[in-house]
Design a protein around this ligand. Sequence first.
Ligand SMILES: [Zn+2]
Length: 280
Amino acid sequence: MAGLIFGTGGVPHSTKLPPSTIDGIERVAELGLGCMEMEFVQGVRMGEVMAVRVGETATRLGIKLTAHAPYFINLNAREPEKIRASQARLLQTARIASICGAESIIFHPAFYLGDPPEEAYNVVKKHLAEVMHQLNQESIRIWIRPEIMGKVTQFGTLEEILNLSQELKGVAPGIDFSHWHARTGKSNSYPEFTSILEQVKKQLGRAALDNMHIHVSGITYGKQGEKKHLNLKESDFQYIELLKALKDFEAKGVVICESPNLEEDALLLQTTYSSLLKAA
Ligand SMILES: [Zn+2]
Protein backbone atom coordinates (compact mmCIF):
# COMPACT_ATOMS: atom_id res chain seq x y z
CA MET A 1 0.00 0.00 0.00
CA ALA A 2 1.35 3.38 -0.94
CA GLY A 3 1.06 5.92 1.84
CA LEU A 4 -2.18 6.69 3.57
CA ILE A 5 -5.69 6.02 2.42
CA PHE A 6 -8.66 8.04 3.58
CA GLY A 7 -12.26 7.24 4.32
CA THR A 8 -15.28 7.71 6.50
CA GLY A 9 -16.33 6.43 9.91
CA GLY A 10 -19.59 4.86 8.78
CA VAL A 11 -21.45 5.18 5.49
CA PRO A 12 -21.09 8.60 3.86
CA HIS A 13 -24.02 11.00 4.38
CA SER A 14 -24.48 11.25 0.62
CA THR A 15 -25.23 7.52 0.35
CA LYS A 16 -28.66 6.76 -1.10
CA LEU A 17 -31.40 6.08 1.45
CA PRO A 18 -31.87 3.89 3.32
CA PRO A 19 -28.12 3.48 3.54
CA SER A 20 -26.69 -0.02 3.78
CA THR A 21 -23.07 -0.99 4.29
CA ILE A 22 -22.85 -2.07 0.65
CA ASP A 23 -24.32 1.23 -0.58
CA GLY A 24 -21.86 3.01 1.69
CA ILE A 25 -18.89 1.19 0.16
CA GLU A 26 -20.15 2.02 -3.32
CA ARG A 27 -20.51 5.68 -2.35
CA VAL A 28 -17.01 5.75 -0.84
CA ALA A 29 -15.69 4.47 -4.17
CA GLU A 30 -17.70 7.06 -6.16
CA LEU A 31 -16.31 9.82 -3.97
CA GLY A 32 -12.79 8.66 -4.77
CA LEU A 33 -12.01 7.72 -1.17
CA GLY A 34 -10.14 4.54 -0.28
CA CYS A 35 -11.60 3.04 2.89
CA MET A 36 -14.60 2.88 5.19
CA GLU A 37 -15.04 1.96 8.84
CA MET A 38 -18.12 -0.13 9.54
CA GLU A 39 -19.74 1.32 12.65
CA PHE A 40 -20.88 -1.60 14.77
CA VAL A 41 -21.09 0.88 17.63
CA GLN A 42 -24.66 0.01 18.68
CA GLY A 43 -24.04 -3.72 18.29
CA VAL A 44 -22.88 -6.15 15.62
CA ARG A 45 -26.04 -6.61 13.59
CA MET A 46 -24.45 -7.95 10.43
CA GLY A 47 -24.71 -11.68 9.80
CA GLU A 48 -22.17 -13.90 8.08
CA VAL A 49 -24.02 -14.07 4.75
CA MET A 50 -24.14 -10.28 4.52
CA ALA A 51 -20.52 -10.03 5.63
CA VAL A 52 -19.49 -12.15 2.65
CA ARG A 53 -21.40 -9.84 0.28
CA VAL A 54 -19.90 -6.76 1.93
CA GLY A 55 -16.44 -8.23 1.51
CA GLU A 56 -17.04 -9.02 -2.16
CA THR A 57 -18.19 -5.45 -2.82
CA ALA A 58 -15.19 -3.94 -1.06
CA THR A 59 -12.78 -6.19 -2.96
CA ARG A 60 -14.43 -5.46 -6.31
CA LEU A 61 -14.22 -1.70 -5.72
CA GLY A 62 -10.80 -1.73 -4.08
CA ILE A 63 -12.09 -0.25 -0.83
CA LYS A 64 -10.36 -1.21 2.40
CA LEU A 65 -12.62 -1.94 5.37
CA THR A 66 -12.15 -1.56 9.09
CA ALA A 67 -14.73 -1.92 11.87
CA HIS A 68 -15.53 -0.06 15.07
CA ALA A 69 -16.66 -2.36 17.89
CA PRO A 70 -19.72 -1.56 20.05
CA TYR A 71 -19.40 1.29 22.52
CA PHE A 72 -20.66 -0.95 25.32
CA ILE A 73 -17.32 -2.45 26.16
CA ASN A 74 -15.54 -2.04 29.47
CA LEU A 75 -12.68 -4.45 30.05
CA ASN A 76 -12.32 -2.94 33.54
CA ALA A 77 -15.95 -3.53 34.60
CA ARG A 78 -16.56 -4.67 38.16
CA GLU A 79 -19.04 -7.40 37.28
CA PRO A 80 -17.72 -10.60 35.68
CA GLU A 81 -20.79 -10.79 33.42
CA LYS A 82 -20.05 -7.30 32.07
CA ILE A 83 -16.50 -8.37 31.30
CA ARG A 84 -17.74 -11.45 29.49
CA ALA A 85 -20.29 -9.42 27.53
CA SER A 86 -17.57 -6.91 26.59
CA GLN A 87 -15.28 -9.67 25.42
CA ALA A 88 -18.11 -11.25 23.44
CA ARG A 89 -18.83 -7.95 21.65
CA LEU A 90 -15.20 -7.55 20.74
CA LEU A 91 -14.97 -11.14 19.52
CA GLN A 92 -18.12 -10.83 17.44
CA THR A 93 -16.82 -7.62 15.84
CA ALA A 94 -13.59 -9.41 14.96
CA ARG A 95 -15.37 -12.46 13.54
CA ILE A 96 -17.74 -10.52 11.30
CA ALA A 97 -15.15 -7.93 10.26
CA SER A 98 -12.75 -10.66 9.31
CA ILE A 99 -15.39 -12.30 7.09
CA CYS A 100 -15.78 -8.85 5.46
CA GLY A 101 -12.06 -8.95 4.72
CA ALA A 102 -11.25 -6.15 7.15
CA GLU A 103 -7.70 -6.18 8.50
CA SER A 104 -8.32 -4.08 11.57
CA ILE A 105 -10.94 -3.35 14.23
CA ILE A 106 -10.89 -0.56 16.77
CA PHE A 107 -12.59 -0.35 20.17
CA HIS A 108 -12.95 1.76 23.31
CA PRO A 109 -11.22 -0.39 25.93
CA ALA A 110 -12.46 0.67 29.34
CA PHE A 111 -13.22 3.21 32.05
CA TYR A 112 -10.96 3.64 35.07
CA LEU A 113 -13.96 3.80 37.44
CA GLY A 114 -11.70 5.54 39.94
CA ASP A 115 -8.97 2.89 39.83
CA PRO A 116 -5.33 3.90 39.70
CA PRO A 117 -4.39 3.73 35.99
CA GLU A 118 -1.74 1.04 36.54
CA GLU A 119 -4.30 -1.22 38.23
CA ALA A 120 -6.80 -0.66 35.43
CA TYR A 121 -4.03 -1.39 32.94
CA ASN A 122 -3.38 -4.85 34.37
CA VAL A 123 -7.08 -5.71 34.43
CA VAL A 124 -7.62 -4.51 30.85
CA LYS A 125 -4.53 -6.35 29.69
CA LYS A 126 -5.66 -9.61 31.29
CA HIS A 127 -9.11 -9.44 29.73
CA LEU A 128 -7.79 -8.41 26.33
CA ALA A 129 -5.27 -11.25 26.44
CA GLU A 130 -8.20 -13.66 26.88
CA VAL A 131 -9.84 -12.23 23.76
CA MET A 132 -6.60 -12.57 21.80
CA HIS A 133 -6.29 -16.17 22.95
CA GLN A 134 -9.81 -16.96 21.76
CA LEU A 135 -9.19 -15.32 18.36
CA ASN A 136 -6.07 -17.37 18.03
CA GLN A 137 -8.05 -20.55 18.82
CA GLU A 138 -10.46 -19.62 16.04
CA SER A 139 -7.59 -18.78 13.65
CA ILE A 140 -8.95 -15.27 13.15
CA ARG A 141 -6.21 -12.94 12.01
CA ILE A 142 -7.27 -9.34 12.37
CA TRP A 143 -5.57 -6.46 14.15
CA ILE A 144 -7.27 -5.59 17.42
CA ARG A 145 -6.84 -1.90 18.14
CA PRO A 146 -7.55 -0.29 21.48
CA GLU A 147 -8.23 3.36 20.77
CA ILE A 148 -6.66 6.45 22.30
CA MET A 149 -9.59 8.01 24.15
CA GLY A 150 -10.56 11.65 24.54
CA LYS A 151 -11.92 11.83 28.09
CA VAL A 152 -9.79 11.67 31.22
CA THR A 153 -12.20 9.13 32.79
CA GLN A 154 -11.57 6.73 29.93
CA PHE A 155 -8.74 4.22 29.85
CA GLY A 156 -6.66 4.90 26.75
CA THR A 157 -3.70 7.24 26.97
CA LEU A 158 -1.08 7.07 24.25
CA GLU A 159 1.22 5.20 26.65
CA GLU A 160 -1.44 2.69 27.69
CA ILE A 161 -2.34 1.90 24.10
CA LEU A 162 1.30 1.54 23.03
CA ASN A 163 2.08 -0.66 26.03
CA LEU A 164 -0.85 -3.00 25.28
CA SER A 165 0.33 -3.17 21.66
CA GLN A 166 3.83 -4.01 22.76
CA GLU A 167 2.77 -6.65 25.27
CA LEU A 168 0.04 -8.49 23.41
CA LYS A 169 0.53 -10.19 20.07
CA GLY A 170 -2.08 -9.18 17.50
CA VAL A 171 -2.80 -5.90 19.29
CA ALA A 172 -1.85 -2.63 17.58
CA PRO A 173 -2.60 1.00 18.41
CA GLY A 174 -5.75 2.78 17.29
CA ILE A 175 -4.39 6.28 17.14
CA ASP A 176 -7.04 8.94 17.45
CA PHE A 177 -5.00 12.12 17.19
CA SER A 178 -8.03 14.31 17.86
CA HIS A 179 -8.86 12.44 21.06
CA TRP A 180 -5.29 12.82 22.26
CA HIS A 181 -5.34 16.53 21.53
CA ALA A 182 -8.66 16.90 23.41
CA ARG A 183 -7.46 14.84 26.36
CA THR A 184 -4.16 16.66 26.81
CA GLY A 185 -5.13 20.12 25.55
CA LYS A 186 -1.82 19.92 23.68
CA SER A 187 -0.50 17.59 20.97
CA ASN A 188 -1.63 19.83 18.17
CA SER A 189 1.53 20.92 16.37
CA TYR A 190 4.03 19.44 13.95
CA PRO A 191 6.71 18.74 16.60
CA GLU A 192 4.15 17.15 18.92
CA PHE A 193 2.73 14.97 16.15
CA THR A 194 6.21 13.84 15.14
CA SER A 195 7.05 13.02 18.73
CA ILE A 196 3.99 10.73 18.89
CA LEU A 197 5.13 9.00 15.71
CA GLU A 198 8.65 8.77 17.07
CA GLN A 199 7.26 7.11 20.20
CA VAL A 200 5.28 4.61 18.11
CA LYS A 201 8.40 3.77 16.13
CA LYS A 202 10.61 3.48 19.18
CA GLN A 203 8.25 1.22 21.07
CA LEU A 204 6.69 -0.89 18.30
CA GLY A 205 9.16 -0.59 15.45
CA ARG A 206 8.94 0.71 11.91
CA ALA A 207 6.31 -1.94 11.08
CA ALA A 208 3.78 -0.06 13.24
CA LEU A 209 4.18 3.06 11.11
CA ASP A 210 3.64 0.95 7.99
CA ASN A 211 0.36 -0.35 9.40
CA MET A 212 -1.52 2.48 11.03
CA HIS A 213 -5.18 2.85 11.90
CA ILE A 214 -5.81 6.52 12.53
CA HIS A 215 -8.88 8.51 13.53
CA VAL A 216 -9.15 12.23 12.83
CA SER A 217 -11.90 14.79 13.29
CA GLY A 218 -12.39 18.30 14.50
CA ILE A 219 -13.03 18.34 18.23
CA THR A 220 -14.03 20.54 21.14
CA TYR A 221 -12.82 19.90 24.66
CA GLY A 222 -12.46 21.18 28.20
CA LYS A 223 -10.70 20.19 31.42
CA GLN A 224 -12.19 16.69 31.29
CA GLY A 225 -11.09 16.25 27.70
CA GLU A 226 -13.32 15.60 24.71
CA LYS A 227 -16.72 17.30 24.55
CA LYS A 228 -17.75 16.49 21.01
CA HIS A 229 -16.57 16.06 17.46
CA LEU A 230 -16.67 19.03 15.09
CA ASN A 231 -15.91 19.60 11.45
CA LEU A 232 -12.22 20.28 10.95
CA LYS A 233 -12.61 23.87 9.83
CA GLU A 234 -14.76 24.70 12.88
CA SER A 235 -12.16 23.37 15.30
CA ASP A 236 -8.61 24.22 16.32
CA PHE A 237 -7.25 20.83 15.25
CA GLN A 238 -4.12 21.33 13.13
CA TYR A 239 -4.80 18.65 10.56
CA ILE A 240 -2.34 20.05 8.01
CA GLU A 241 0.47 19.80 10.55
CA LEU A 242 -0.60 16.24 11.34
CA LEU A 243 -0.61 15.27 7.66
CA LYS A 244 2.83 16.82 7.22
CA ALA A 245 4.15 14.76 10.12
CA LEU A 246 2.58 11.58 8.73
CA LYS A 247 4.04 12.29 5.31
CA ASP A 248 7.51 12.97 6.70
CA PHE A 249 7.42 9.69 8.64
CA GLU A 250 6.16 7.89 5.53
CA ALA A 251 3.29 6.52 7.59
CA LYS A 252 1.06 3.98 5.84
CA GLY A 253 -2.42 2.73 6.64
CA VAL A 254 -5.94 4.03 6.98
CA VAL A 255 -7.13 7.43 8.13
CA ILE A 256 -10.78 7.34 9.20
CA CYS A 257 -12.53 10.68 9.39
CA GLU A 258 -15.06 11.01 12.20
CA SER A 259 -16.07 14.64 11.71
CA PRO A 260 -19.86 15.17 11.67
CA ASN A 261 -19.62 15.99 7.94
CA LEU A 262 -17.82 12.63 7.33
CA GLU A 263 -16.98 12.56 3.63
CA GLU A 264 -16.38 16.32 3.33
CA ASP A 265 -13.55 16.23 5.85
CA ALA A 266 -12.32 12.85 4.60
CA LEU A 267 -11.95 14.42 1.16
CA LEU A 268 -10.36 17.53 2.67
CA LEU A 269 -7.78 15.34 4.41
CA GLN A 270 -7.14 13.30 1.28
CA THR A 271 -6.76 16.36 -0.96
CA THR A 272 -4.49 18.10 1.53
CA TYR A 273 -2.33 15.00 1.89
CA SER A 274 -1.94 14.52 -1.86
CA SER A 275 -1.00 18.15 -2.36
CA LEU A 276 1.66 17.76 0.34
CA LEU A 277 2.99 14.69 -1.48
CA LYS A 278 3.10 16.61 -4.77
CA ALA A 279 4.85 19.58 -3.18
CA ALA A 280 7.53 17.31 -1.72
ZN1 LIG B 1 -13.94 5.36 18.66
